[in-house]
Every structure is written in C-alpha cells, then in structure tokens.
Design a protein around this ligand. Structure first.
Ligand SMILES: NC(=O)c1ccc[n+]([C@@H]2O[C@H](COP(=O)([O-])OP(=O)(O)OC[C@H]3O[C@@H](n4cnc5c(N)ncnc54)[C@H](OP(=O)(O)O)[C@@H]3O)[C@@H](O)[C@H]2O)c1
Length: 245
C-alpha cells in the first residue's frame, strides 16, 4: 500500500549503509531518486542498484557550503528529503579538542541545517513534502565516548521538531528517526575501539538483535509516503527493543 510513485526524493549519505538501502527501497516504490555522498565509486554502485530511470547522483561534501550550493542550483523541487549523511567519532570528553568538536557537528548537524534552509529558501520543497532526519538512539543515551555524536544527533532531533512547526502551514512535514545499532560500515568502525567480546555482549542486549538497513528503510518509506500524512514533529525510536529495559 505504500507508494512513492511520481515522488522526487533526495537522499544524503547514499553511497553506503542505511542511505544506500533507502535509495534502493524508494526507487522500488516508484520514486525518482537523487543521491548524495562523497565517494563517486560507491555512489555509482548505488545508482546501479536502483529500479527505474531518471535517478541522479552528486559526489559532494556536505560539510562544504559551496558543494551544497551546487546541489541546490541543479535541483528540481523535492517531495521528500532524507537527511541521512553522518559520521561517528568515539572519544572520551577529556580528549576532545576544537577540531573534533566541530568536525562531527559540521557533518551531522550544521550541514543538515544549511541544506534544509537552502531547500526552503529556494522553494525546492513541494507542498505535502516530507523531511526525514536520521538521528540516533545515542541522542537519548549516555554511552561513554559518544559525547559529540550523541549531542549532534540530539540537536538534529530538536531541529526537526522546530522545522515541523515552522513548515506545517505549507503542508510540509518533518520527522526524525532514532535507530539503534544497524549493521553498516559505521558499526564496523566500533570494532576499532571495542573488543569482539564486548560487541557480542552489546548485541545480546538487543531483544531482536542488531538491525539491518532495510529495518530503518521500512520506517522511512512510511514517513516519505502519504500514508504518514498526519505525522509531523515525531522523533521515532527504532531499536529492536534495546530501550525496553
Ligand atoms: N549504523 C548504525 O548503527 C546507526 C545507528 C543510528 C544512526 N545511524 C545514522 O545513520 C546514518 C547512516 O549511517 P550508516 O550506518 O549507514 O553509515 P555509513 O555506511 O558510514 O554511511 C554514512 C554515509 O554518510 C555519507 N557522508 C558522511 N559524511 C559526508 C559528507 N561530509 N558529505 C557527504 N556525505 C557524507 C557517507 O558518504 P561518503 O563516504 O561517500 O562520503 C555515507 O554514504 C548516519 O547519520 C548515522 O549517524 C547509524
């Protein structure tokens, strides 16, 4: 019943992981998809996996304002935007420095604010459009070593709520999703700082085990579709039951 037929959807961070899966699923549901990431080769792989025609890709760095301008200049109005690009940095607070503080925030928060503002100002969001911000369960927790990541995602969830209020009169919706651990390149990064034993123990705390990109993808398809037309300002946890306890 969920369809994205005739919808023009932008997905950031679509060169791998969750973003790639979102682009694939959106194309399968009939959308024309524009994908963004930095790595041209992996973006090309994503494009080759999409159903249908007319999809576009942009190899740009969202932390660079002029790169965002290039995307904006060449964009047609979108019916849905998934703000998914993000990075993680594991560092205890005592080891943070100015550079580490800003690098995570610039990618996970600032770039999404700038992109959404430019989309609004240039009237590149269609009426009844849907914005989806990929936050994280980390925004609700206090996992050691995740201070900047968690704070950047909490900021993103709050930003999405305010946007929901500001855009409701135009019929544009804004929601955020907070996934628990999903198997992607990003989670592999955790094995640099956490032992395999600890990773196994962490998974045992997920009643339904770790998630797959398609698990988050399903929720995002719903949020992009008209099935969720009465839903805005929500911050949805999707975590295989991790926060049940
Ligand atoms: N995996 C999890 O357990 C999990 C849990 C909760 C939330 N999330 C969130 O889900 C989102 C996707 O994560 P993932 O697990 O799929 O990670 P991933 O496989 O590492 O994908 C991250 C994506 O973001 C893109 N990206 C990063 N910095 C960028 C920049 N400056 N400009 C343009 N693109 C950029 C990457 O593209 P390039 O490499 O091509 O630049 C890549 O496509 C992230 O926001 C993450 O915080 C993930």
């Amino acid at each position: 019943m969920i369809t994205l037929k005739d919808k023009n959807i932008l997905v950031t961070g679509a060169s791998s992981g969750i973003g790639r899966q979102i682009a694939i699923m959106a194309s399968e549901l009939g959308a024309t998809v524009t994908i963004v990431g930095r790595n041209m080769e992996r973006l090309g792989e994503t494009i080759s996996l999409l159903t249908g025609t007319g999809h576009k890709m942009y190899s740009i760095d969202l932390s660079v304002s002029s790169d965002i301008d290039q995307l904006i200049t060449e964009s047609l109005p979108y019916d849905g935007v998934v703000f998914n690009a993000g990075i993680v940095e594991y560092l205890p607070v005592k080891f943070l420095n100015d550079n580490k503080i800003s690098s995570v925030f610039v990618t996970n928060f600032d770039s999404n604010v700038i992109l959404s503002q430019k989309l609004i100002k240039k009237k590149l969001l269609n009426k009844k459009g849907s914005l989806v911000f990929v936050s994280s369960i980390s925004s609700k927790l206090g996992v050691p070593g995740t201070a900047m990541y968690a704070a950047s995602k909490a900021a993103l969830s709050s930003f999405s709520k305010v946007l929901a209020s500001e855009l409701a009169s135009q019929g544009i919706r804004s929601n955020s999703v907070c996934p628990g651990i999903i198997r992607t390149a990003m989670t592999e990064q955790a094995s640099d700082v956490v032992s395999q034993e600890e990773l196994k123990k962490a998974e045992s705390e997920y009643p339904l085990g770790y998630g797959e990109p398609s698990d988050v993808g399903g929720l995002i398809m719903y949020l992009l579709s008209d099935m969720s037309k009465w839903m805005t300002g929500s911050d949805l946890i999707i975590d295989g039951g991790f926060t049940l306890k």
